[in-house]
Design a protein around this ligand. Structure first.
Ligand SMILES: *Cc1c(COP(=O)(O)O)cnc(C)c1O
Length: 375
């Protein structure tokens, strides 16, 4: 039995004729740059997410960068990001000469907290980047309320949570990525909606911001060879767009399969004393980009080694809070100690989670973790 963290090959083989046909049609058309499939996919994703505008770009990191550029943030402006996330969320802030302010997260949900954001806001703060980590929404209603009161922009990093649904206290439901000024998505192959190379998109409901983002992604061009602002070159490849339209039709099924797999982990691991299972927020669905345990009593690395010896891979997302990364030394504004993030980086362990995970493989993983626990 070969166990992997993700199984892109297995996923591809199930829809091979559809994918191959989509790729071949782009090759036949030779419309490699901004071919029709790019616009088609943008429209498909608008109807899937409910966002008014989708701007396809080259990758998720570019989506974040372009969002911050479209908001006209100025060097020295402060942007609040969680300390427990992938580097890209804060890297773009620093790259633009803005000041990343990392704030600690919630121990249970791994997500940024409103109280910590509140403590970090100064007169220089211009934006917040909530990251819907591992597939579950941040507390968006409170974040949006705070942002509105303080006149801050909200850029959702939705790289890991496409398809996740947030429920407001009045019962209104919106997808993650569609609540802030921008939502940024990555189609990196291992993301829940992955293409076969790099890809990304911005979501926004604001016409003017959509126009600016589109312009910035295309060399700041407003009309052919007329450039209004300094932009960049960030395009979703036509072949990737064609692949994504095919895979978007399967996304709800992919999410369902992940949720079923999560259910089996919850059930099988519920009595394991040395671990804490992923916390579920009452206001959000969970699309389980990752199934991330917390291993208590300092036994994380021991469990990981034990699992590896049984042929079970696992990963540590993330081993270091952002303010401990050398890249941000002297760049990030010193804030509170990332006490919780630090603790999480010593406790987290992500188990194999993907659309091809079988009950048989999960039973094996569950059985081994139980055995470890009972020693
Ligand atoms: C994957 C990811 C990104 C970046 O996406 P790329 O397409 O690889 O550039 C940004 N933020 C988070 C939280 C991610 O997981």
């Amino acid at each position: 039995m070969q166990i992997s963290m993700v199984d892109l090959k297995g996923q591809y083989l199930k829809i091979k004729p559809e994918i191959d046909g989509a790729i071949q049609s782009v090759v036949d058309s030779c419309a490699f740059i901004n071919g029709l499939p790019v616009g088609t996919f943008a429209a498909d994703l608008e109807s899937y997410t409910g966002a008014r505008h989708v701007i396809p770009v080259a990758n998720g990191t570019d989506a974040l960068q372009i969002a911050l550029m479209a908001l006209r943030l100025q060097p020295g402006d402060e942007v609040i990001v969680p300390s427990f996330t992938y580097i890209a969320s804060a890297e773009v802030v620093a790259l633009l000469g803005l000041v990343p302010v990392m704030v600690d997260v919630d121990y249970h949900s791994f997500n940024i907290t409103v109280a910590n954001i509140q403590k970090a806001v100064t007169s220089k703060t211009k934006a917040i980047i909530p990251v819907h980590l591992f597939g579950q929404s941040c507390p968006m209603e409170e974040i949006l309320k705070l942002a509105e009161a303080d006149g801050l922009f909200v850029v959702e990093d939705n790289a890991q949570a496409i398809g996740s649904v947030y429920t407001f206290s009045d019962g209104r439901q919106l997808q993650t990525g569609t609540m802030g000024h921008f939502g940024c998505i990555s189609f990196f192959p291992t993301k829940n909606l992955g293409c076969m190379g790099d890809g990304g998109a911005l979501l926004t409901n604001n016409d003017e911001l959509a126009f600016r983002a589109k312009m910035i992604a295309c060399h700041g061009q407003s009309k052919k060879y007329i450039h209004d602002v300094v932009g960049c070159n960030s395009r979703l490849d036509t072949i990737q767009a064609a692949i994504l339209s095919v895979k978007l039709h399967h996304l709800n099924n992919y999410i369902h399969i992940r949720q079923q797999a999560a259910k089996r982990y919850y059930k099988g691991l519920s009595e394991v004393k040395s671990i804490v299972l992923p916390y579920r927020e009452p206001f959000s669905t969970h699309v389980f980009h990752q199934f991330t345990l917390k291993v208590i009593d300092g036994k994380r690395d021991e469990l990981r080694t034990y699992l590896a010896a049984q042929g079970i891979p696992s990963m540590i997302y993330y081993p270091l809070p952002l303010q401990r990364q050398n890249a941000f030394m002297g760049i990030a504004r010193e804030g509170e100690e990332p006490t919780i993030s630090e603790l999480l980086s010593r406790q987290v362990l992500s188990l194999p989670m993907h659309t091809e995970l079988t009950e048989e493989i999960q039973a094996y993983i569950i059985n081994k973790i139980r055995k470890y626990d009972g020693r």
